[in-house]
Write a protein that binds this ligand. Structure first.
Ligand code: HEC
Length: 342
């Protein structure tokens, strides 16, 4: 009889996975394959690495904060447990010297003479949300050629990766992700975005049927090639492939949907100076790759500040359930022992 139980369970798992798989997910990838990275916070046991969060904040502050806000993060969050855990005094100082001011007012310091109801700006305090560079979206767009740099507080939750493998494998892939508790799609995308820039779009050559064939950068030489952000293959007989060239002012990015992004590659090697350890070497490599990993970890924390606490609590709950199971088992045994005697 036993195997009768297993079939419906297996069948419903497949149905669930298929349903999940077909649910619309906002994927920024646009059908682009994004490589998965090894994060300290991956998997059911993974936690954030404090030192990495601190470096990531430094990258945000020195590079990204010039264009992007993180207005859901307050200065005091940078001190709290589970985050970068900077010392409170250091963050107070950081807030006081922050590049952007807080709108405040009307003035009311108790001295009637000077209290004229004026609005003013002041330096942020620990309790303030970290102020971004622009007052509103319009101002941001005006400064960025019409493109809007999104607030980065929740970006690792707002983005994901697309499944690009064969359709028949999708349910199995989904099940595997459920079992391994994979939820770093947003972080994987962000890392791919930050490291996915190239100075030009890929090169193609047309064959005599009008098909566009990719040409390796080393083989371009003096040949005339077409540079295409995307290529649309036409399956109809006699129709030529369509090459979408780069638009003026856009940057080629392998991870971004459509491969044309208004943001220029923000990171470059040695662009941020990490502090030095006792031997005088930087605490982490000064490379685009390392900066991208660190700022991504920081933004993953910003989007999920109670992540570490939740995972620790999860394990405590499992332990509690395990102990309760053992206790209940022995309780049941001893009760039935007594009942059987009569
Ligand atoms: C000089 C300004 C500038 C800087 C500096 C900058 N960005 Fe951007 N960023 C933009 C603009 C503008 C866009 C909108 C691009 C678009 O819509 O094509 C953008 C878009 C983005 C997006 C959204 C991509 C998507 O999937 O829609 C992310 C994520 C991002 N930036 C992350 C960062 C990070 C992380 C840093 C720091 C390492 C950074 N940016 C630095 C201007 C900037």
């Amino acid at each position: 009889m036993k195997h009768h139980f297993k079939m419906p369970a297996f069948a419903s798992a497949i149905v669930l996975a298929t349903a999940l798989a077909s649910a619309p997910v906002h994927a920024a990838g646009g059908g682009i394959e994004i490589e998965r990275q090894d994060w300290s916070f991956s998997g059911p046991l993974g936690l954030f690495d404090r030192a990495q969060l601190q470096r990531g904040f430094q990258v945000y502050k020195e590079v990204c904060s010039g264009c992007h806000s993180i207005n859901r993060v307050r200065f005091r969050n940078l001190v709290e447990k589970g985050g970068p855990e900077f010392p409170e005094e250091a963050v107070k100082e950081l807030a006081a010297g922050w590049d952007y001011q807080i709108d405040a007012g009307p003035n009311d310091d108790g001295e009637l003479v000077d209290d004229d109801g004026e609005f003013f700006t002041r330096s942020p305090l620990l309790s303030d949300a970290i102020p971004g560079p622009y007052k509103n979206d319009k101002q941001a767009q005006a400064a960025q050629n019409g493109a809007l740099p999104p607030d980065l507080s929740l970006i690792t939750k707002a983005r994901n990766t697309d499944y690009t493998g064969p359709v028949w494998f999708h349910p199995i892939h989904m099940l595997k992700d459920i079992v391994t508790a994979y939820q770093e799609g947003g972080a994987d995308y962000l890392y791919a975005l930050l490291t996915g820039y190239s100075s030009q779009a890929p090169a193609y050559k047309r064959d005599n049927k009008g098909k566009l064939l990719p040409v390796k950068e080393d083989d371009v030489g003096s040949d005339t090639v077409e540079r295409c952000a995307t290529v649309t293959h036409e399956h109809d007989e006699g129709k030529k492939d369509v090459c979408t060239p780069m638009q003026e002012g856009m940057n080629y990015n392998a991870a971004f949907a459509g491969h044309q992004i208004a943001m220029a590659g923000p990171l470059s090697d040695e662009g941020v100076d990490y502090k030095e350890d006792a031997s005088g070497k930087p605490v982490a490599p000064l490379t685009t790759d390392q900066y991208s990993r660190d700022v991504t970890a920081f933004l993953a924390w910003a989007a999920d500040p109670s992540h570490d606490q939740r995972k620790r609590m999860g394990w405590l709950v499992m332990l509690y359930l395990l102990i309760t199971t053992v206790l209940l088992y022995y309780a049941k045994k001893s009760i039935w022992k007594r009942l059987k005697k009569h």
